[in-house]
Write a protein that binds this ligand. Structure first.
Ligand code: MN3
Length: 236
């Protein structure tokens, strides 16, 4: 999924290309939309088996091909029904209170899962770096303290939802959680901010392998974090 900066860069490039070829300047852009102005499932940058033993192959396959695809399909149905084609995902989230529950649940589901796949990589990476490392030290003293605070939020989220590490507009890091497929970019979120880390704690994310042991899944998940992506999120 592209961040806003990439989007603007890509748009400028594409607009330049179109002008270059005399195709005209009026172009409908939408960051994650395809040419039909509908959303699509992003490519997974690793295989379903790649996150073993922390997340099992079958869970990954079902989670990506059924759950995430389902959010994309239902988001597109809602976008067409509500004549919102061409509105970007971030715009939908930022004004989600103006739209239907179908938009809230499925725009959230599409954003959250796209974010989640990208944040993980086989073998993870050892530690946060650069500005993110400094911010963690400033706001949590150390990584262990962040890990504990975040993991507690993930374990204590009642029912289905997500736990987040977010950056607020003043640059401060904090941990929060949201129910269902809500996230901290939504105008209805109690605590708002840019997601830096996020974990899916719906049972579909872990039940086949961990059954009721959500805490074991949360603790294993730290082995998968791509801290380069977390840094990009922090800097976005
Ligand atoms: Mn999920």
């Amino acid at each position: 999924m592209k961040n806003r900066r990439d989007f603007l860069k890509t748009s400028a490039l594409a607009a330049g290309t179109l002008a270059l070829y005399g195709i005209g300047s009026k172009v409908a852009f939408a960051s994650e939309n395809n040419e039909d102005n509908l959303f699509k499932l992003p490519d997974l940058e690793y295989g379903f088996e790649a996150l073993e033993p922390y997340i099992d192959t079958l869970t990954m396959e079902i989670h990506y091909t059924k759950h995430h695809q389902g959010y994309v399909n239902n988001l597109n149905k809602a976008v067409v029904a509500e004549k919102l084609q061409g509105v970007s995902l971030n715009e939908l989230l930022g004004k989600v209170s103006k739209h239907s529950a179908a938009i809230r649940n499925n725009a959230g589901g599409h954003y959250n899962h796209s974010f989640f796949w990208k944040l993980m990589r086989p073998g993870g990476s050892k530690t946060p770096t650069d500005a993110l490392a400094e911010a963690i030290t400033k706001d949590f003293s150390n990584i262990d303290n962040l890990q504990k605070t975040f993991s507690d939020a993930a374990k204590n989220r009642f029912g289905s939802g997500w736990a987040w590490l977010i950056k607020s507009t003043d640059g401060k890091l904090s941990v929060t959680s949201t129910p269902n497929q809500d996230n901290t970019l939504m105008d209805i979120a109690e605590v708002k901010g840019t997601p830096v880390l996020g974990i899916d704690v719906w049972e579909h994310a872990y039940y086949l392998h961990y059954q009721n042991k959500r805490a074991d899944y949360v603790s294993a998940w730290w082995n998968l974090i791509n801290w380069d992506v977390a840094l990009e999120n922090y800097n976005s």
